[in-house]
Design a protein around this ligand. Structure first.
Ligand code: FAD
Length: 432
């Protein structure tokens, strides 16, 4: 019987190396990301990325013919648990969102010449990308409401519309955008996927929207979330990925595996927060005792410990299901993982902040930015409620309505089975 939670020794060696590399080489650089110019940044990360390539750990989310390792989701999940400890680690390992999801989409939908032009340099880490679907005046939770249009004019499309929350758009070399090309089609086949290259006339990046992470309007920055106006923006028809109307299909492929990786990065974040929580608990005295000796603090520690383990098991089980039964068999489990995992991430970091008192709320510890990120995750990649609603609808499909009493109504069941046990029931009465 195969039921095994162990990791094969060769891969465990790779994970051990990753853990050491992330903690000792990447985490220190993460402290200076806001002080380094774009050029110095590239110089700083290039040797680290080379080291990752030399260990065959670069862009592992992709199949071997595209430069990945074809590891499958369980191994990827174990890797992402380590990468989740440090914000910039996925960049060093060639699987940073949104580039990782965009490369999956291009690998599935792009033709050979498109792959050569955009996918290959993206995988080599030479260029960066953005994914743009959400619009300010239509609910992002219902992409059938997208109103940005692309109208065909000879060998070009003319794009008009308004997008926002396009992460990295202001620094990316190209934007992969979901745009309506066929309004006459049913809603789920009205949109197409288009590539718009940086500095294309008519693609006007208005600003990086101030957010909880960056509350003040600032210069365009990597990691910013841009507002974009498309005003008679012309792109070649050759920039369309897949056929007209395939936008939804391609967008769906892009997101689902990445949600398992997200969840395992949340495990990594939770573990960091837990380490900080426990270190503080055994270090700080209040009213003559350590915080660790207070029962309410012990509750924080115990609760967090079991929640982190439960999240990890849920994520690994989902990854295992994907590997053994395929992506379409795991849609409900991935949705469950998404909305439940964001709650655990939020709660564990919240407790770590609470234990640190005022220090927990300052930017002197990483907890404040981790907390903002945790809050973000309840909205990004589909609001939690959308995933809950999907899970409930799918689960409820397995049930049918009954007339009269519910199936488990005890008097009805007793009546139904009385005959079967009649001899025992008579004996029982006689014994009494
Ligand atoms: C940090 C961050 C990065 C992002 N990056 C990108 C990106 O790179 N590209 C991109 O295109 N978009 C991006 N987004 C946008 C994100 O995908 C949307 O915010 C999300 O899809 C929700 O859309 P909305 O903001 O329009 O909210 P709405 O769709 O208006 O929903 C608002 C709220 O309504 C409720 N709700 C919605 N639907 C349901 C339902 N079915 N049942 C019950 N309640 C419901 C939920 O509480 C939801 O939060 C990003 C968002 C964030 C916060």
């Amino acid at each position: 019987m195969a039921w095994d939670f162990s990791t094969e020794p060769e891969f465990q060696d790779q994970l051990d190396w990753m853990r050491d590399f992330v903690d000792n080489e990447i985490a220190p650089l993460n402290l200076f990301t806001d002080d380094i110019s774009r050029q110095s940044w590239r110089e700083a990360i290039a040797p680290l990325q080379d080291e990752v390539r030399s260990r065959n750990l670069w862009a592992c989310h992709l199949d071997p013919e595209l430069g990945g390792q074809g590891y499958g989701q369980v191994k990827l999940a174990l890797m992402h648990q380590i990468l989740g400890r440090v914000g910039i680690a996925p960049i060093i390992f060639g699987n940073q969102a949104p580039d990782s999801g965009n490369s999956e989409l291009l690998a599935i939908g792009a033709n050979d010449s498109q792959k050569k032009q955009w996918l290959e340099p993206l995988l080599r880490g030479e260029i960066t990308s953005c994914f743009s679907m959400t619009e300010p005046h239509n609910a992002g939770s219902d992409p059938t409401m997208i109103t940005t249009t692309a109208v065909r004019d000879g060998e070009e499309y003319v794009i008009n519309g308004h997008k926002w929350f396009a992460s990295n758009a202001s620094s990316a070399d190209f934007i992969l955008a979901m745009i309506v090309t066929n309004p006459e089609n049913p809603p789920h086949s009205a949109a197409s996927m288009m590539i718009i290259e940086r500095d294309t006339p008519g693609m006007n990046i208005v600003r990086d929207v101030p957010t909880m992470s960056h509350p003040y309007p600032g210069k365009f920055r990597s990691g910013g979330h841009a507002e974009i106006k498309f005003e008679d923006c012309r792109i070649p028809v050759a920039n369309r990925i897949g056929e007209e109307g395939e936008g939804f299909l391609l967008a769906q492929k892009r997101l689902s595996g990445g949600r398992i990786h997200h969840a395992m990065r949340w495990v990594g974040q939770c573990e960091s927060a837990f380490d900080m929580m426990c270190e503080r608990a055994v270090s700080r005295h209040v009213r003559g005792a350590l915080l660790a000796e207070k029962q309410m603090v012990q509750d924080f520690v115990a609760q967090s410990s079991v929640e982190i383990r439960a999240l990890k098991l849920l994520a690994l089980h989902t990854a295992w299901l994907w590997d053994s039964q395929g992506p379409s068999a795991t849609r409900v489990e991935i949705a469950e993982l998404k909305f439940w995992g964001t709650g655990i991430l939020h709660n564990v970091i919240d407790r770590a902040i609470q234990i640190h008192g005022a220090l927990g709320w300052t930017a002197d510890l990483p907890l404040a930015s981790m907390y903002v990120n945790a809050r973000t995750m309840r909205l990004a990649d589909g609001a939690d409620e959308v995933h809950k609603s999907f899970v409930a609808r799918k689960r409820l499909k397995d049930y049918s309505a009954v007339e009269g009493w519910p199936t488990e109504h005890i008097p009805t069941l007793r009546e139904q089975h009385r005959q079967r046990f009649a001899h025992l029931l008579e004996q029982e009465v006689l014994n009494n």
